[in-house]
Structure formats: C-alpha cells, structure tokens
Design a protein around this ligand. Structure first.
Ligand code: GTP
Ligand code: MG
Length: 196
C-alpha cells in the first residue's frame, strides 16, 4: 500500500528530470486512457495528477515521489490528443527520449482502454518497448464501463494480436480508477518491481 505520494517536478526536457538515484516506473498509453486517474487511484489522492475529459491533458513528464522511496511518472499520451501535429510530434520525441535514456526506469505500465478492440497504436508501442528493451506490463483501464465478459473478450483479442508481434505477451492487470478495481494488485506489483 502506498502511504505517501508527493509531486516533485514537471518537465518538458527529459534531461531535467530528478537525479536518477531511485527506482522509477512510468505510466504511458493513449491520450485519455486514464493514466493520471489511475495514479490518483493508487496513491489515494484525487488531485495529485491532473485529469480531464478532454484528451491531451498531461503535457509534461511529471514525477511523483512515493513513500520517499521511488518515483512514479505520469506522461503525456500518444495517439489522438486534441493538439496540433507539431505539439504531438514534440511529445513523442520527449517520451521516446525519456524512455530510452532514463537509466533508473525499472519498467513502464502501458495503459490500454478495456472498452476497445485491439488498437494498432498500442500494439506498435508495446513492440517498440520490446525492441528498445523497455520492460512493459499491460494495464487495462476503465473496466467499470462494461461487463466483465466484454472486458475479458477485449483483453483476449488484444493478447492474441500481440502474440503476432512479440514472443511472449507481457503480464496484465485489469483496473478501474473509478471503482478501485485492481488497485491493490497493481500497487503490490509496482512495489515489488522497485525493490529489485
Ligand atoms: P491524457 O493526460 O490526456 O493523456 O489522459 P489520461 O490518460 O491521463 O486520462 P485521464 O486520467 O485524464 O482520464 C481521462 C478521462 O477518463 C477522465 O474523464 C476520467 O474521469 C475518465 N476515466 C479515467 N479512468 C476511468 C475509469 O477507470 N473509469 C471511468 N468510468 N472513467 C475513467
Ligand atoms: Mg494525463
């Protein structure tokens, strides 16, 4: 369980992130998938990460210090943010530099909307992680939005597609920031990961 979470710094330049002297985990995924909401859910602080109904809310690399021990990072989304192409290209460059260069990064949680059939952009991003050697786990979001069977149908379809691209599909979690589903399980996993 996370006891304390504090905002540290927001950056557009990956080079200005905090000193890489602690383990770090980043949340990434399409715009509006629920990255910031899930950070608030697992830290139990409603306003810690800024959320919005409008895709493109998170625009910077945001570091949060968890239990004085590790960093949790909220990133801008990829995909369909309501911003112009130049801005979007800038985010993508910022995110890929951050992911490639951040030496204390233990892993990334790739958030995927559990309501949708497999999206090419998510599959491509996971493949990119595998190619770049960035350890990734899948976190399906918004599970409260539909029936359990629909969620599981979408997840199975996603895993099947993914298996065409990567040798072994990563571990996955099913979550709802709204209802708190999967919160404990995911937190426990992250806490183990930063211990290693
Ligand atoms: P960007 O910062 O724009 O990339 O988006 P994000 O991935 O950080 O998404 P954010 O957390 O801002 O949430 C986007 C919208 O989805 C908000 O309106 C949230 O309230 C809603 N949302 C997030 N998680 C859940 C969930 O588990 N269930 C439901 N029903 N809505 C959710
Ligand atoms: Mg966000």
């Amino acid at each position: 369980m996370i006891k304390e979470a504090k905002f540290v710094i927001s950056n557009s330049n990956p080079g200005n992130c905090p000193k890489p002297d602690r383990a770090e985990i980043a949340f990434i995924g399409r715009s509006n998938v629920g990255k910031s909401s899930l950070i608030n859910a697992i830290t139990e602080q409603k306003g810690l990460a800024k959320t919005s109904q409008k895709p493109g809310k998170t625009q910077l690399i945001n570091h949060f210090l968890i239990d004085e021990h590790w960093y949790l990072v909220d990133l801008p989304g990829y995909g369909f943010a309501k911003v112009n192409k130049k801005v979007k290209d800038g985010w993508e460059a910022m995110i890929s530099t951050y992911l490639k260069k951040r030496e204390n990064l233990c892993g990334v949680c790739v958030l995927i909307d559990s309501r949708l059939p497999p999206q090419q952009i998510d599959l491509e991003f996971i493949l990119w992680c595998a190619t770049e050697g960035v350890p990734a786990v899948l976190v399906f979001t918004k599970a409260d939005k539909q029936s359990k069977s629909k969620t599981s149908q979408n997840i199975q379809a996603f895993i099947r597609k993914l298996e065409n691209f990567v040798e072994e599909a990563p571990q996955y979690f099913i979550t709802s920031a709204e209802k708190g589903t999967g919160k404990e399980e995911l937190t426990e996993f992250l806490e183990e990961l930063v211990k290693e």
